[in-house]
Write a protein that binds this ligand. Structure first.
Ligand SMILES: *[C@@H]1O[C@H](CO)[C@@H](O)[C@H](O)[C@H]1NC(C)=O
Length: 284
């Protein structure tokens, strides 16, 4: 029995980074494509449909990296969503959503954390680079104490485990990784005032170098936590990762210079008082 588990574990680890092995196309027909022998995945959107994919495995805690190159040119109205989610009415979810814009205008990176079916924890950021001209790495470090959102290894957001004061934390429901490219021109760009220019379709976003250093379940059942992969990136460091002094400096820089919206400072929205996690977290 143990031997079988070890074999399965090795197979899963060795396959990290190949889209054929790790993901299924879920919708959009030919608009979603796995290319270059599994090294590249592209999603596209036209006036008829968007497209999307989902991971074959479920994950519960870990470090998950994906490189994404977003829709270039006039991407107004488009949204590229990349997120982890469990299923059901009390699902947990950890979101990155990239809101497109007119050429030369900045994307917004929208983030959220849902616990037990409830979100309302949005933080939005501009990026310090053009996310459409090259691939950049978007990561989640998700351990028992906190979730850290990283962009090119720079922390932009931390959601702490404050179960001790009654704030739910997503640590019980395994999640799959989802991504989709879709039309959201009713709200995405400048609050919905800028519409998708369909003469520019199809719109395309690209994904590569997926890496998961994590505990996960394959469709055939639970597997132990993996602490290795074929890229030499994994070392299990995510398990007790927090922000060190450099990380705290960087997140301060990001939140000062690039933060567009923070639910934790939106007093108008929470007239009864800000959510409890907002008072406790040093990095909101
Ligand atoms: C789009 O560009 C405008 C003008 O710079 C900016 O106000 C807005 O936040 C940008 N992003 C989105 C998604 O609307």
């Amino acid at each position: 029995m143990l031997f079988v588990f070890v074999l399965l574990g090795i197979a899963a680890v060795a396959s990290a980074g190949n889209f054929y092995n790790d993901f299924d196309i879920t919708w959009g027909d030919r608009r979603a494509q796995i290319l270059n022998g599994g090294q590249l995945l592209t999603l596209s959107l036209d006036q008829q449909s968007g497209s999307g994919f989902v991971s074959k495995n479920e994950y519960l805690l870990g470090r998950i990296d994906m490189q994404i190159k977003l829709v270039g040119g006039n991407s107004a109205g488009t949204v590229t969503a990349y997120y982890l989610s469990s299923q059901g009415p009390t699902h947990d979810e950890i979101d990155f959503e990239f809101l497109g814009n007119l050429s030369g205008n900045p994307y917004i990176l929208h983030t959220n954390v849902f616990t037990q079916g409830k979100g309302n924890r949005e933080q939005q950021f501009y990026l310090w680079f053009d996310p459409t001209t090259a691939f950049h790495t978007y990561s989640l470090v998700w351990n028992a104490q906190r979730i850290i959102f990283l962009v090119d290894n720079i922390p932009i957001r931390v959601y702490n485990n404050l179960e001790s004061i009654g704030v739910p934390f997503p640590n019980k429901q395994p999640m799959k990784i989802y991504s989709s490219l879709w039309n959201a021109d009713d709200w995405a760009t400048m609050g919905g005032r800028v519409k998708t220019d369909w003469t520019k379709a199809p719109f395309t976003a690209s994904f590569r170098n997926f890496n998961a250093d994590t505990c996960f379940r394959s469709p055939s059942g639970p597997l132990p936590c993996s602490s290795g992969n074929n890229k030499g990136l994994a070392n299990g460091a995510w398990q007790d990762q927090s922000l060190d002094a450099a990380g705290r400096n960087r997140i301060r820089w990001v939140q000062k210079k690039f933060m567009v919206y923070n639910y934790c400072t939106d007093i108008k929205r929470f007239p009864q008082g800000l959510p409890p996690e907002c008072k406790r977290s040093r990095f909101l």
